[in-house]
Ligand binder design. Structure first.
Ligand code: GLU
Length: 285
């Protein structure tokens, strides 16, 4: 099967090479590929490898091998996020010009402790919303800490960003329908990490736009992240794709398939003699 003509439909599969693919990844990749084929559109593969401590070239090589074995084809060259840090820097600069970023010096431990001290503090879908500790620092104190070499992340001033946009933002999921964005749900998300000069939210938003992705097909684990992406699109004047968040595959005991739960990898299934057609069937496709 080949997704190769050009109807204007563009979708992608965007794995992070932090481990081997399992059936859940195959399901997501096949859904996107099949949608591109059905629409006579384009299918892209993007390697989301900004996390230099966890991503490895051997995982990337294994991912390409698994996807090719499944029968997927994709356009070349593959976009590798680690090779495009300038694009993310340019987006950060635009947000900084509008005074929508601030340096955050908090450690994970400090953020956890603040959440424990204020158990009623707002919780978003990903846990406690960052309490904004460093947003309140004076410019002089920020400069002092930066000059002292204290590591810092860059966070989006979410309330300021919502004010800058000045209108209600929505996005549409193919299954769940129209969704209304509320910056209180996610708070001041990190846009540049301490160890990497970008973040998942920023890179994915910039790349989907740069690559002309019209349809994002991904798991429901990223459903709530989409309102962050929608806000960034509005701030950076980027188009908003159509979204489809598919259910996650569960194992026999109802637990989500994941590397960390020891789910069988595609390579395991292949080693057991399964064919790509068997994998499709197991994924319910
Ligand atoms: N790289 C992300 C992941 O592996 C997927 C990003 C996306 O599809 O938006 O979970």
């Amino acid at each position: 099967m080949q997704a190769a003509s050009d109807s204007g439909f563009v979708t992608r599969f965007a794995p992070s090479p932090t481990g081997a693919l399992h059936l859940g990844h195959a399901y997501s990749a096949l859904l996107a590929f099949d949608a591109a084929c059905a629409a006579g559109g384009r299918f892209l593969l993007r390697i989301e490898d900004i996390d230099t401590t966890r991503c490895r070239p051997e995982f990337e090589a294994a991912i390409l091998e698994d996807l090719a074995w499944l029968g997927l084809t994709w356009e070349k060259p593959v976009r590798r996020q680690s090779e495009h840090l300038d694009d993310y820097r340019a987006a950060l600069d635009r947000l900084a010009e509008r005074d929508l970023l601030y340096p955050c010096f908090c450690t994970r431990k400090e953020i956890r402790a603040a959440a424990t001290r204020h158990p009623k503090a707002p919780h978003g879908p990903d846990g406690p919303v960052y309490p904004g500790t460093c947003r309140a620092l004076s410019p002089a104190e920020r400069d002092r800490r930066i000059a002292a070499g204290t590591p810092f992340a860059l966070r989006l001033d979410a309330a300021g960003a919502a004010r800058a946009v000045g209108r209600r933002l929505t996005w549409t999921d193919a299954e769940a329908g129209e969704q209304i964005c509320d910056s209180a749900n996610h708070g001041d998300v990190v846009l540049a990490r301490k160890d990497v000069p970008t973040s998942y939210h920023l890179s994915v938003t910039v790349d989907d736009a740069l690559q002309g992705v019209t349809d994002v097909i991904r798991g429901t684990d990223l459903f709530h992240a989409t309102q962050v992406h929608r806000l960034l699109q509005a701030l950076l004047d980027l188009p908003t794709p159509a979204y489809r968040h598919h259910p996650l595959l569960l194992d026999g005991s109802g637990v989500r398939l994941a590397k960390r739960h020891g789910s069988k990898t595609l390579a395991d299934l292949r080693g057991e003699g399964l064919t790509p057609a068997d994998v499709r069937r197991q994924a319910g496709l």
